[in-house]
Design a protein around this ligand. Sequence first.
Ligand SMILES: [Zn+2]
Length: 140
Amino acid sequence: MHWSVDELLDHLYGVRMADRHLDVCPDCQARLGEFKRRKQQGTGAPEFTEQDLAAQRRNIHRRLKGPDQAQWSFPWMPAMATAALLLLGVLLSRPAPEADGGKELMALGGDSQFYTEIYASMGSAEPRAAAPIRGLFEEK
Ligand SMILES: [Zn+2]
């Protein structure tokens, strides 16, 4: 009786010893030879060279950059973007030019007077939410 695939694989990996049948059966020897050849293929050295790996690495980097980025990839672009953002921030933080409403506000005394009046109308410069905390520190 011919060896099964499992028996041939067991023999291939040293689990099963050869017997009389395997020694004399050309069919089983041929099947075992095929398994040995495939095992050799699977565990052999990789068939690519250092040049192949380097080319693959270059391809990966090129594809990561993408066509658009590769076209606009300048080393000073991050610095330019940062400078533009800073400039925008400075422009936005400057006080807006006084419009008619601003003149009205100035006639009333400007922002500081506005806030002073608001706090005065609240009765205290301290926010109401701070009262319980103050209570913790008051001596009785
Ligand atoms: Zn056989």
